[in-house]
Design a protein around this ligand. Sequence first.
Ligand SMILES: Nc1ncnc2c1ncn2[C@@H]1O[C@H](COP(=O)(O)OP(=O)(O)OP(=O)(O)O)[C@@H](O)[C@H]1O
Length: 252
Amino acid sequence: MTATMTRPARTASTAPQGISLTLDGVTYRYGRSRTATTPAGLGPVDLRVQPGEFLCVVGPSGSGKSTLLSLLAGFLRPQTGEIRLGDTPLRGPDPRLTLVQQEPALFPWRTVAGNVAFGLERQRLPRAERTARVEDTLRLVGLEGYGPRRVHELSGGQRQRVSLARALAVQPQLLLLDEPFSALDDRTRTVLSDELLGIWWERKVTVVFVTHNLEEALALGQRVVALRGGEVVLDGPARELSVGQLRETLEE
Ligand SMILES: Nc1ncnc2c1ncn2[C@@H]1O[C@H](COP(=O)(O)OP(=O)(O)OP(=O)(O)O)[C@@H](O)[C@H]1O
């Protein structure tokens, strides 16, 4: 990650717009272990993410980042409290949100276009519209013309672009990203981070980006939330925070 990363000066397009995300007293505890007195997990967490906001979540290993994302993705249900997308309680995986994971989970038997089209198949779009949407999204992630290729022909960075395109093709209102660039080399990571900012700027989607990399969080996020021991220990605008301050808070 470099300090030179800048937000691209693009004009924002009209659609689709991001949605607000609200967590009210959300907890999730895994089964009580024999050694730990307090069961591991998350919460209680109160958080409100504004429509179109880019939030980065940081924290050391075991701080609850994945648990939080699993709750937001609807894979886990809060044991107490409530998560709302806009005004609606989240009750499980929701078509208004998509998740990009650390390792791109692509279908090797499908082409690049086939992978990107996957989520659209459930939307029952007319074929021509589906094809246009796939092409547009591939262009958006810098893979114009890659549609007919097979996944195994691609580099790690290109695969993660396909994964991002698949998540974006359905035009989510909330995009969840779980350490999406951590397996990539520094240069590819910087390029993709910059491109993600461009896409966010253009689409105005709400983003929750989980990373253990503090520099990355400050470079990408408008706002940074730090987790420690399953609790929010810091929440502030990225421009007012420093790596040292985050590190200090997380190590206390
Ligand atoms: N399936 C599970 N069963 C029991 N405990 C779990 C389970 N998953 C996570 N935990 C515990 O819950 C706590 C939070 O874990 P979580 O995976 O959310 O942290 P994390 O910040 O994502 O860590 P990492 O950066 O290593 O992925 C940890 O103490 C972890 O050991």
